[in-house]
Design a protein. Structure first.
Length: 128
């Protein structure tokens, strides 16, 4: 195996380069911010976040590859988070043509208008 490959692979799983992860965390967060890595693998993002005084939340199916410096922080039993309870059954979206020519049901038109307004708010940065 080449030295390049040995440096990037831990037990046949890719490892993110720590220096790159540290730079990304430093440039995109402030001390005390939360860094989330839902597919943490070896936990490089957690190691670098801790070094930069950031909080971190890591998740993965298999924590066998977790960096030894983070192993003491890992739970011995898995914990699971679930999405909020769905209050109503999902419905099929209306046909685009029905939205375009306004022949869709009024509640479908209102929902489409709400999505359009929400997208516009996100783009221009307005809150309400």
């Amino acid at each position: 195996m080449s030295s390049w490959r040995r440096g990037l692979v831990s037990r046949d799983r890719p490892v993110k380069p720590g220096a790159v992860v540290r730079t990304l965390i430093a440039q995109s967060t402030a001390p005390g911010d939360l860094v989330l890595d839902p597919f943490c693998g070896s936990g490089v993002a957690g190691v670098e976040a801790r070094a930069l005084d950031r909080r971190f939340l890591l998740g993965d199916i298999d924590l066998a590859y977790l960096d030894p410096s983070l192993a003491a922080l890992a739970r011995t039993t898995p914990s699971f988070a679930r999405a909020a309870v769905v209050m109503e059954e999902p419905a099929e979206p209306p046909e685009l043509e029905a939205l375009a020519d306004a022949s869709a049901a009024e509640d479908e038109l209102d929902a489409a208008r709400g999505l359009r307004l929400a997208g516009r708010r996100r783009r221009d940065g307005s809150a309400g």
